[in-house]
Ligand binder design. Sequence first.
Ligand code: XMP
Length: 522
Amino acid sequence: MQIHRPQNEGILVLDFGSQYTLLIARRLRECGIYAEVIDGNRTTPPPDFRCRGIILSGGPDSVTEEGSRRLGNWVWDLKVPVLGICYGLQLLVEHFGGHVRSATKREYGKATLVLKTESGPAAKIFADLPPSQTVWMSHGDDTGTLPECLVALGHTAHDHVTAAIIHRQLPIAALQFHPEVQHSDHGAQILTQFARNLCGIEANWNSRRMVDLVTESIRDCVGNGRVLMAVSGGVDSTVAAALLGRALGPEKVTAVLIDHGLMRKGETTWVKNSLLKAGFKDLHVLHRPEQFLNALSGVSDPEAKRKIIGRCFIEEFEKFAPEHGPFTHLGQGTLYPDVIESAGHGSGAKVIKTHHNVGGLPAKLALQLVEPFRFLFKDEVRLIGRELGLPKELVDRHPFPGPGMAVRLLGDITGEKLALLREADAIFIEELRNAGLYDQVWQAFVVLLPVRSVGVMGDNRTYQWTIALRSVSSTDGMTADVSDLPLSFLKQVASRIVRQVPGINRVTYDITTKPPATIEWE
Ligand code: XMP
């Protein structure tokens, strides 16, 4: 597939498998600098991209072990500034002839970074920083000895770990801590100063420019073709459909909403009405619960569920297309994190889950794909939605996964369990809205667990299902914190669910952050 990236110039982030790699790109873009993530194992630079600087991510490997990932020579051939983070620092230390010590103990959490003044071109990335600041550490190995060409410019106050290094002559710097993590007080400033002061990039990534650049990439990709756009009512596919219509002309885009029987209560009707109100003209709603639920019958494995749903979606589109076409492209609202998480970058980050719109595609798809947001993060898509003037009710909706309730009903899916889940979910969302909390949390939903336990209702023993409430704060779903919902509110939700949804006698609240958990349960 030909890749239509929105921008052909910026920073490349080489992924060596850290959970935080995407955040590096995310932070840079927040500061107006375009950055892309590529596999750290690549042996050549990506073609048609003007790389202005390279960041080496952290990762689980140890440079002291044989077979650990190493830098390709192309990184040096480009002669651009380089910043190593965590494992990236260790790669640089080793490359220049220093020594990295094997882990004796892991360091994880906040630490105080103490900076001193040193000269070298890369010192500019630490300009205007206080001499002491909080940073986020997550590493095993650390620096033993430095070669003559490198100089330590910062260490941690408590353990005296070498935490910031620069090259004496070249625009090369390295950090043992993670500037991309919000707990690093001046992390975003350090990353921006790398891009601006060292790589010489001016801020050039904002919502207006995103609309223009993505519009161009859509025209490039589709040409005179016609798009069959899969919409779910979620933010990504809705904004993608709107932008496709604007870029190509509304007559070139047909939106299709498939009710796979895994939607929330009343969702298909709500989505249909909202899309029509937002100006979508050529919208088709296909009711196909039986097809999907039959295919899912007896399946408990979450990855198998995702693949089946992906396959059913494609089958439906392949049936629809010849009757309403001809179409040249299938449009999807796939986001950058979906692509990176599904790719797993070879031996890089582990594949966490297959996003249905990425992993379920059959090799021989009769339509080509157009995924305008393949390089964008969710909050960038929301910015585009606002820039296009789409209504708040669509742009600010909580994210809803393409496989719908299938990933929120653990174990095998039955109509009866789906009904329980739908009712409980509707109550939770309604209570959040009534309490004015819906817009304060990033995403909230209910999960049905495959667990039954004993309860007592009136004078009777019950033996019924358990649900978990999940509510998180996040900016893009890559990391998430538990919403601080008042206990009195949670108790009210629990009491209403148990009273009004026969079949559920126990409600729990998930208090796990991402990482180590994910947002959805599956
Ligand atoms: P996890 O569970 O991976 O979820 O922490 C991160 C965010 O992604 C959403 N999600 C999906 N969205 N298709 C989507 O469109 C999918 O297959 C999918 N899986 C997870 C999830 O709801 C959360 O917002």
